[in-house]
Write a protein that binds this ligand. Structure first.
Ligand code: G3H
Length: 252
């Protein structure tokens, strides 16, 4: 059975409340109440409930950009998975490179977060990807192998249906330097092979793998139609309804 396409917008630390609501409403209006392409938007945490309200009644779902692995506690500034659910989210991003490399989040920490989020009933977009130096020294596959082996260790196989992997080569994020369709396909095929090893053929064949890194309306079609590319995690181009919706259209 063909896998559906899934396009998610990661708004990072952009938008104010009014801008977040109007962007969400514009996306929801165009997507409507049913969509062949699955669509998610991931606003900054303070806007989650307002954005969840703005997309209500449409096929657009909401994701948070991070969560903690504990249910509650003295963790100033953190968000429990249950809080993310309570704010109206279906998804949470775990392991974005800006948190791995900018905030020092380790494979072990990300594994705890992914397992806690899945156990709480959230769907996870688990981000992986190599640095430029790692690609240039031919370490792309070993980096992806490590991020998946440690990051998804002990995830119950039945919860893998609620997990999406986003392959985001770090050198392509926010740089305008998009991976070629061949580079994206090769990495995605490697990731799927690794999931076969860890979870078996069925889980791997149903797993959605998004590509992220400078996806724009003019490069989306070729990337999104590679055999192992099941959608996109979009940063900059998700901040304008027109460009985000053009990418959603390109996925269809
Ligand atoms: O989460 C999204 C990625 O970081 C891609 O960002 P970008 O589309 O601005 O390169």
């Amino acid at each position: 059975m063909a896998r559906p396409k899934f396009v998610a917008g990661n708004w990072k630390m952009y938008t104010d409340l009014a801008g977040a609501k109007s962007l969400a409403a514009a996306v929801a209006k165009e997507v409507g109440s049913s969509s062949k392409v699955q669509v998610a938007v991931c606003p900054p945490a303070p806007w989650l409930t307002a954005v969840a309200d703005a997309v209500k009644g449409s096929a657009v779902v909401v994701g948070a950009q991070n969560c903690h692995f504990e249910k509650e506690g003295a963790f100033t500034g953190e968000l429990a998975p249950q809080m993310v659910l309570g704010a109206g989210c279906k998804y949470v991003l775990i392991g974005h490179s800006e948190r791995r490399h900018g905030l020092g989040e380790t494979d072990d920490l990300l594994n705890k977060k992914a397992r806690a989020a899945l156990a709480a009933g959230l769907h996870v977009i688990f981000c992986i990807g190599e640095l430029l130096a790692e690609r240039e020294s031919n370490h792309t596959e070993s980096v992806l192998d490590r991020q998946i082996s440690f990051g998804l260790a002990d995830v119950p196989p039945e919860q893998m249906a609620n997990l999406v992997i986003a392959y985001e080569p770090v050198w392509a994020i926010g740089t305008g330097k998009v991976a070629t369709p061949e580079q994206a396909q090769a990495a995605h095929a490697f990731v799927r092979g690794k999931i076969v090893e860890m979870f078996g053929e069925k889980v791997a064949s149903e797993l959605l793998i998004q590509y992220g890194g400078s996806v724009k309306p003019d490069n989306a079609v070729t990337i999104l139609h590679q055999p192992d590319v099941d959608g996109a995690l979009v940063g900059g181009a998700s901040l304008k309804a027109d460009s985000f919706l053009a990418i959603v259209k390109a996925a269809g």
